[in-house]
Design a protein around this ligand. Structure first.
Ligand code: HEM
Length: 331
């Protein structure tokens, strides 16, 4: 029997329950209001520094969106990617997916040092990455979502995890899907999140094998438009030019929209990992077509999948720490 006092207590408790109590693998909870009392201006500060950074260099939005992904797939969303090598820590920045590629660390440093002045030892680097990924999406024209917060920062990094868990552009469709499944993400998340390639750049070295066959004959992969491939070969020769940059979405390179999916249907996806979504699996091909047709559907699913990705094994409660400097663990 519930008496009236306990009923009222229950009711008042429910009133204060945050709108998204996102449960995590380890039973910790993230929720958007986490800093409402401890650092009420946190979100505003992240957004304004990011807006300046993106105005200076539009690509930074893409780079920060990718950093959150590369963080979450390695030991969870715990800012392990931000640690520099020191002592027993080997930085993830030197892993195959990140070396000469992951960027945006200086912007995270600027946000962190401003937040340390505003509310010392309060806002985690992992949450800064999650907020930056959302704001980067919004600033480039994509959807918005409430970011569940309360992640804490790791006291270690895993270069092995970074090499193994993050999909490579030449992985097969099945390998890529398996890597997502291992993080609790499904085929819908895979296709929607790959839509991030609507902004940002890739180096020649990441897609060269799409342009030249294994044997060295100039035989283009059958999934790539011949004219598009010929253009790409101009600046991405068989050897040399590894670091030359190409836009991932040649139609609207700095705008977050569904052109990535339209490009795939026109056989103008840049990475092999993009093309296989259309060519190697019926279910993902169907999703590519749906997102190409319906921008709203893509935006809705992208926001959902980003929240799901942001919930991968966060450190909560007494686990981890709030780093003072995102590049090193506290002493
Ligand atoms: C599905 C598996 C994926 C593979 C194989 C993959 C691979 C790549 C590669 C090779 C690049 C170019 C890197 C370079 O050459 O420097 C890239 C760029 C990028 N990726 Fe992915 N990616 C995947 C999924 C994702 C996801 C899930 C996100 C975000 C949620 C994402 C966001 C980005 C962004 C925004 C860029 C551009 C970065 C910049 O311009 O700095 N990618 N990705």
């Amino acid at each position: 029997m519930v008496n009236s006092t306990s009923f009222l207590l229950l009711l008042s408790l429910l009133t204060f329950v945050p709108s998204c109590l996102c449960s995590t693998k380890f039973g910790g909870y993230l929720y958007p209001q986490f800093y409402d009392y401890s650092c009420p201006r946190a979100q505003e500060i992240v957004k304004s520094i990011l807006a300046n950074a993106v105005a200076n260099e539009p690509r930074i939005a893409a780079s920060l969106l990718r950093l959150h992904f590369h963080d979450c797939f390695v030991k969870g969303c715990d800012a392990s990617i931000l640690l520099d090598s020191s002592g027993s820590i080997t930085s993830e920045k030197g892993s195959n997916p990140n070396r000469n590629s992951a960027r945006g660390f200086e912007v995270i440093d600027e946000i962190k040092s401003t937040l340390e002045k505003e509310c010392p030892h309060t806002v985690s680097c992992a949450d800064i990455l999650a907020l930056s990924a959302r704001d980067s999406t919004v600033l480039t024209g994509g959807p918005s979502w409430e970011v569940p917060l309360g992640r804490r920062d790791s006291r270690g990094a895993s270069i092995k995890g970074s090499n193994n868990n993050i999909a490579a552009p030449n992985n097969t469709f099945q390998t890529i899907l398996t890597k997502f499944n291992l993080q609790g993400l499904d085929i819908v998340d895979l296709v929607a999140l790959s839509g991030s390639h609507t902004i940002g750049n890739s180096r020649c070295t990441s897609f060269r094998q799409m342009l030249y066959s294994q044997t060295g004959n100039a035989k283009v992969e059958f999934t790539l438009d011949q004219y598009y491939a010929a253009e790409l070969r101009n600046l991405c020769p068989r050897s040399g030019g590894d670091q030359n940059l190409f836009v991932l979405d040649y139609v609207t390179p700095t705008k977050f929209d569904n052109n990535y999916f339209k490009n795939l249907l026109a056989y103008k996806g840049l990475l092999s990992s993009d093309e296989v979504l259309l060519s190697k699996n019926q279910e993902s091909a169907e999703l590519v077509k749906q997102y190409a047709e319906n921008n709203d559907l893509f935006f809705q699913q992208f926001a959902k999948s980003m929240i799901k990705m942001g919930n991968i094994s966060p450190l909560t409660g007494p686990r981890g720490e709030i780093r003072k400097n995102c590049r090193k663990i506290n002493t």
